[in-house]
Ligand binder design. Structure first.
Ligand code: SF4
Length: 278
């Protein structure tokens, strides 16, 4: 079945079999008819805005954009996509930084490769280990990182070799550079970092929700008590923050490091040792 948008009925007809691979990263839930139902509801919204589900997983989004907006001409895309190396350099170059090494995210490196980390490791003497997501991957990545520190080495190593190559996925990188351009981006707890964000290129500007709805300058003040910038630099452990577990919890987070389950504050909260009541 061809994908067709019916303006009169406000309904979309499409083959869910063809689209489900694209929609999966975007819309969680059941497949088949329910996907069609979700999409139809989405398309009925007057804004038709699609928000990226993941700040860093932009690989699948491009395919989603091109295919989805062919059938949802009224849609638009609000991107908060990030480029990682400039943020790592900001942390490493801070005079107060205590971070000694990084585990680089394997899913990002699967697309982007890891060659751009090599100058960082050399310049700042910090080992960087590209790591997968299974528990054993994480443990192995930590081991490789610690071994480098103990050996006095600062290299980029690839723990996630079953998925990641140094040059990444060249066709996917080409598609990303076709759709996105690098811009400055504000990071919560850190501030604006040059060349650390991705925005839609001019060719796709009509789909850009920021331009379309004039919200590019909208910002939210960060709570003064949040010290996530110090947490990110390794200067302060999450439980050293006065708000930790009190006014700041995963259910009511004050800062980015408590929002994501991968964040340091959320991990500390989830796996904290509770005081014995015995
Ligand atoms: S515990 Fe909450 S308030 Fe404190 S640094 Fe972490 S995110 Fe910020």
């Amino acid at each position: 079945m061809k994908c067709e948008w019916n303006e009169k009925t406000g309904e979309l007809a499409f083959s869910s079999e063809r689209l489900e691979g694209i929609l999966e990263p975007i819309i969680s839930g059941d497949r088949g008819d329910s996907v069609s139902h979700l999409l139809r509801n989405f398309a009925h919204k007057s804004t038709g805005t699609l928000v990226s589900p993941d700040e860093v997983s932009y690989g699948p989004c491009r395919a989603g954009l091109l295919s989805l907006f062919k059938v949802l001409a009224r849609g638009s895309y609000l991107t908060e996509l990030r480029v990682v190396p400039p943020a790592m350099e900001t942390i490493l170059s801070s005079p107060t930084n205590r971070v000694q090494g990084f585990l680089a995210a394997g899913h990002v490196c699967t697309v982007m490769g890891y060659a751009e980390y090599e100058p960082l490791a050399r310049r700042y003497g910090a080992p960087i280990v590209v790591t997968g997501f299974e528990p054993l991957d994480i443990l192995h990545g930590v081991l490789m990182c610690v071994q480098q520190l103990e050996d006095g080495r600062a290299e980029v190593e690839n723990q996630y070799a079953r998925s990641v190559r140094r040059e990444g996925n060249a066709p996917a990188r080409g598609m990303i550079s076709d759709v996105f351009e690098v811009i400055p981006r504000k990071w919560r707890g850190v501030g604006e970092i040059a060349d650390s964000g991705l925005a839609l290129t001019e060719a796709y500007r009509a789909l850009d929700a920021e331009s379309r709805f004039g919200v590019a300058d909208v910002s939210v003040d960060e709570p003064e008590e949040c010290v996530s910038g110090l947490v990110l630099q390794g200067v302060l452990k999450p439980d050293g923050c006065a708000a930790f577990g009190d006014t700041c919890t995963p259910e009511s987070p004050l800062g980015a490091t408590m929002v994501s389950s991968e964040g340091a504050c959320a991990a500390y909260y989830r796996y904290r040792r509770l005081a014995s009541t015995a």
